[in-house]
Design a protein around this ligand. Structure first.
Ligand SMILES: Nc1ncnc2c1ncn2[C@@H]1O[C@H](COP(=O)(O)OP(=O)(O)OP(=O)(O)O)[C@@H](O)[C@H]1O
Length: 329
């Protein structure tokens, strides 16, 4: 996993500000604001129907916002630009043409150099199957060919709507590797997903939305850094009081005869020292990592689908401050 990208002014590739979309009486995107910075893999996360696709379509100029703005690479959404490649709805490939022939047709249509076709086939790892008919491809290969099509004009920003939707674990793993390659090649990637495992493992930052509203925008590490410290101590009341004095009441609770504190490892040593100095007998002090799923549940009250996690493939945890915005309805 790459380190977090340092950002500065001018590094904002996507800026969505106060975006609202109503269909008749229904508000499907509600005053949404978020920023995608140059070089990052940004996950747009939310349950089905949360408004992800509508937002991405607005970003590409395919949906007119009711109010608010979306800019891409400094230009209003939908401006003709070589800077964005997207896979929103599967592109219409010809089933009887090979993967390479299909890309050649699209490259001609899009005005991309013919030499890009083999380059993007290589990027999506389809060189070996490039001569086979599209109709013989697995779903994962079809999705990867869709990503290849989005890359034909070598865009700075790649927008992918649910790129792993419907894929089996092997297909998900291939797509994950592809997303990492895109990032390593210098693309900024914005992808939507309702699969936590996918976002946890490949994204630098995420926006979580629910019912069209932003719940939180944060780095994945910051979200996961919200960890719980479980303290077993005697007398329990005194342990809870001391921990509360150190962390504040909103971060401490007593559950089933133990103290739960929202605290990271740096707090643990401080709390342990204070308890021992006060003659509280500490029999257990352990850290429990929160999953993104737990964080999401805590913030929205609804569950999110969980992808098959690949335990060997988790990003290093990062800690930091969490900025929580908006509220759920
Ligand atoms: N053209 C439209 N007319 C009316 N309602 C629409 C239209 N497009 C989307 N919606 C509604 O807006 C809501 C958000 O849909 P959207 O596809 O943006 O959500 P999503 O988060 O991408 O969900 P999914 O993962 O299921 O695609 C849904 O309830 C959908 O039915």
């Amino acid at each position: 996993m790459r380190p977090l990208v340092e950002s500065g002014p001018g590094d904002e590739v996507v800026v969505i500000a106060g975006l609202t979309k109503r269909y008749g009486p229904r508000t499907v995107v509600d005053d949404l604001s978020l920023t995608v910075r140059r070089g990052e893999v940004y996950g747009f996360l939310g349950p089905n129907g949360a408004g992800k696709t509508t937002t991405l379509r607005a970003l590409l100029g395919l949906v007119r916002p009711t109010s608010g703005t979306a800019t891409v690479l400094g230009r209003p959404a939908g401006s003709p630009s070589a800077g964005v490649g997207a896979l929103i709805e599967g592109p219409g490939f010809y089933p009887y043409l090979s993967g390479r022939e299909n890309l050649r047709v699209l490259a001609r249509y899009a005005g991309a150099p013919a030499g890009r076709v083999d380059a993007v086939l290589d990027t999506v790892d389809l060189t070996d199957r490039a001569r086979d008919r599209y109709s013989t491809y697995s779903l994962g290969m079809k999705q990867r060919l869709g990503v290849a099509a989005a890359l034909l004009k070598d865009p700075e920003l790649v927008v992918l709507d649910e790129p792993t939707n419907g894929l089996d674990p092997a297909g998900i793993s291939d797509m994950r590797a592809l997303l990492r390659r895109l990032s390593a090649d210098g693309h900024t990637v914005l992808l939507s997903s309702h699969l936590l495992g996918e976002v946890e493992q490949v994204c630098d930052r995420v926006a979580v939305i629910s019912s069209g509203r932003l719940v939180v925008e944060s780095s994945v590490g910051e979200l996961l850094g919200l960890r719980r410290l479980v303290i077993e101590a005697e007398p329990l009341g005194e342990a809870a009081a001391i921990t509360t004095r150190l962390l504040g009441p909103e971060r401490v609770s007593v559950v089933d005869g133990v103290v739960h504190a929202q605290a990271g490892p740096e707090d643990a040593a401080r709390i342990n020292r204070a308890l021992v100095l006060a003659d509280v007998e500490v029999s257990g002090l352990r850290q429990e990592a929160q999953t993104l799923e737990a964080v999401f549940l805590q913030m929205t009250g609804s569950e999110l689908a969980v992808a098959d996690p690949d335990p060997d493939d988790r990003p290093a945890q990062r800690t930091g401050r969490l900025s929580r915005r908006g509220a759920t309805r």
